[in-house]
Design a protein around this ligand. Structure first.
Ligand code: SAM
Ligand code: SF4
Ligand code: SF4
Length: 370
């Protein structure tokens, strides 16, 4: 069988120093063309995963012939730490490790230790967190906590074991993930968040059971609209269940009250249980775009910077890192890249938009990490 490669993205060359001089805000932050500061960095530490979630890494595409990145292409943990430090110098205060499955990256704890030692220019520690499918979290929770991880987000799409196994398409049991959640809770990786991607007709019947299960547990369950990320998941608008429907379905069983956002750049809208049993969040990337407050940059496993989840091109920082560039020039490149940012895909998305109608190939979720 021929080897199959999804062309993840073309590269943009880095903007020349004079072309896009960084625009500092009154507070010294770097702002993009829509006046959005750089605040969050999502770092993908591997493009590999032990799951084959149907909406992310469909097995027909990510099969045994799929070419993942070779080890030499990956940024080393030391290179990641250096780049992260330079992002922090440009305003980043929050770092999320993701993947693929980040817990599959060898010595990820070492990276967490290094990131936990970073400080903002104001001397504050960072918020260092991680999104995981939870499959090996029970084994890792203690070492992650000891390394300095503050909290964790665990993905779980169903409580029905047969359905969950079908959705992860790798025969992992719900019990494995629930054990991981329990272990994270026990070691104090808090506040815990649970992410559920809702696909209409696939797992929407699990919305209320999931809400019932996590109510009162201290964990915040967040419902994510199924997104048209990448080009391999066969996304279709008909399979998107709007967050408004999710809220309505839960409210029929457990009355909800709207809560104020924690911050302007928060992706989830918060709802509290009227009886005080905690809260849920809904992430409405399809039906209610939040690009106006998007302060997130993404660093791929191989060291490319993407300015949007739906980007098709990234800026190659690895080349700078491996060609002996100084901290100052990498820092300046980060500022230039951010100051030229125009991305607001979700705001521009039309109801007809989707992988089938787009000429460009977009990066895959498993490559950039959500
Ligand atoms: N493997 C880890 C996990 O699943 O938590 C981290 C990487 S995964 C790409 C990050 C998040 O993206 C997960 O919560 C996953 O459910 C979500 N995700 C993946 N594909 C998605 C899609 N098409 N639409 C919405 N969310 C998606
Ligand atoms: Fe793996 Fe996460 Fe994608 Fe599922 S969503 S296939 S666990 S990277
Ligand atoms: Fe940010 Fe792009 Fe998502 Fe808009 S579509 S919120 S710019 S990642």
């Amino acid at each position: 069988m021929s080897r199959r490669v999804i062309p993840v993205a073309d590269f943009r060359s880095l903007p020349p120093p004079a072309a896009g001089a960084a625009v500092p805000s009154p507070t010294g932050e770097v702002l993009d063309t829509l006046a959005r500061p750089l605040k969050d960095l999502r770092i993908s530490v591997t493009d590999r995963c032990n799951f084959r979630c149907v909406y992310c890494m469909p097995r027909e595409v990510f099969d045994k012939n799929y070419q993942f990145l070779p080890h030499s292409a990956l940024l080393s943990l030391e290179e990641i730490e250096r780049v992260a430090r330079l992002f922090v110098a440009q305003g980043v205060t929050k770092i999320r490790l993701t993947g693929g499955e980040p817990l599959l990256r060898k010595n990820v704890e070492f990276l967490i230790e290094r990131l936990a030692l970073l400080r903002t220019p104001q001397g504050e520690p960072l918020d260092v967190t991680l999104t995981t499918n939870g499959s090996i979290l029970a084994r890792k929770a203690r070492s992650l906590k000891d390394a300095g991880l503050t909290r964790v987000t665990v993905s779980l799409d169903a409580l029905d074991d047969a359905l969950f196994r079908r959705m992860n398409d790798a025969d992992f049991a719900v019990a494995d993930v629930l054990d991981g959640i329990e272990a994270a809770h026990a070691v104090g990786l808090a506040p815990l968040k649970i992410n559920m991607v809702v696909k209409r007709g696939t797992n929407d019947r699990e919305i209320v059971p999931m809400a019932r299960h996590f109510r009162g547990s201290g964990a915040t369950l967040r419902f994510i609209e199924y997104m048209d990320v990448g080009t391999s998941n066969g996304w279709n608008m008909a399979e998107v269940l709007p967050s408004a429907d999710v809220v309505a379905r839960i409210a029929e069983h457990f009355p909800l009250v709207p809560l104020d956002p924690h911050s302007a750049s928060e992706t989830a809208q918060r709802w509290g249980y009227a009886d005080g049993a905690g809260e849920i969040g809904v992430i409405s990337s399809v039906t209610r775009a939040f690009c106006g407050d998007c302060t997130r940059a993404r660093l791929s496993t191989e060291g490319k910077v993407y300015l949007c989840l739906f980007a098709s091109m990234g800026y190659d920082l690895r080349a700078l890192v491996r060609n002996g560039a100084s901290d100052e020039s990498i820092s300046a490149a980060i500022a230039r890249i951010w100051s030229g940012r125009t991305d607001r895909y979700s705001q521009l998305r039309g109801s007809e938009t989707g992988p089938a109608t787009r000429a460009e190939r977009r990066i895959e979720m498993s490559y950039i990490g959500g």
